[in-house]
Design a protein around this ligand. Sequence first.
Ligand SMILES: *Cc1c(COP(=O)(O)O)cnc(C)c1O
Length: 412
Amino acid sequence: MTSLTREDCAKLDAEDPLAGFRAEFALPDGVVYLDGNSLGALPKATPERVSRVVEREWGADLIASWSAAGWWDQPRTLGARIAPLVGAAPHEVVVGDSTSANLFKTLVAALRLNPDRNVVVGEAGNFPTDLYVTQGAAELMGAAERRVDPDEPALEAALASGDVAVVLLSHVDYRTGTLRDMAGLTRLAHRHGALVLWDLCHSVGALPVELGACGVDFAVGCTYKYLNAGPGAPSFTFAAERHHATARQPIAGWHGHARPFDFSGEYVPAEGASRFLSGSQSLIAAAALEASLDLWSRVDLDRLRAKSLALTDLFATLTADTGLMLMTPRAAERRGSQVSLRHPDGPAGEAIVRALAERGVIGDFRQPDVLRFGFAPLYLRHVDVYDAATALVEVVRSGGWRASRFTAPQEV
Ligand SMILES: *Cc1c(COP(=O)(O)O)cnc(C)c1O
């Protein structure tokens, strides 16, 4: 890959079977957006879909839309459409609430399913909300929390005590971009009698996910990152069918009731993954997810993965001589859809990210020293990656990032 020129990249773009998707996104001119792993770009079809919900379904049809426009079933309808992206059956996924809330619901449900055990194992460097929710759920349930590195030896050691009820892992590490062995780690946890909850925030929409084939118990994921459903878009929850009859989540609400319109005083959980619902959802936000899923229903995930690996490999190769340390594994089977580089001096790394933004290359910086670049294969071209890498090399070589406008403290 080292010898690829910009012309070579343009040729790869011309042959790219996913190239047509770029035109379906509203992307600002002169910007290479490498932050789609934090907030995905806007599909052009979204504003119209959202305004249809606002103006017609809400404005004109009012309360009739709960049934006529499918509002009541929207959490299941959208869940069924996310299912193929994560290797699940349609009735195993529901959409609603935030990832943080769904982590709480599924963690407590898993603890209740494994009542003779009282330890939650999480990963030491996980995204903070995963750690905080684990602390909160464990405290509430009288369980203990154990944090480990998410590799086989460390996990095996943590599981050996025989008291682990549930293991919570991120499929792709948000900081380093490392992809975990979902099948192997799930098998390991099951062998030791623990259930497994996977966080898919940085893998759904970035690569094919096989929850069913891997025997996963529960999973949650964001839709505003690689799925492009917009800021604050609802999260999704996967519950394996074998747990549907017995799982009990803690925020029992009327949308998760078996017969919500009986308005009875006693909670009876609904069949299937619906029991993970609680209350009314933002249907305006759900409309934006619906628009982005229209687009996703046409995406071949194997092609998506092949392009993602090509883009991340290209960026890692072209930036190899910058002196920045590559944190993301080079091995394709261990890499998500991002490239993270470490600068020995954290503040310098942050200044480099700011200098890049001024050149139209949008990445992000994660404390203490990580320069993070996400590659959304639906709207990025090989030439974009080439240009971004070239800009990074120039910023580092020229020392242009030392200008005070990049190094001065930022007022958030
Ligand atoms: C982005 C992300 C979240 C976000 O949770 P919210 O409740 O949507 O704020 C949670 N976990 C991981 C691993 C993430 O990457």
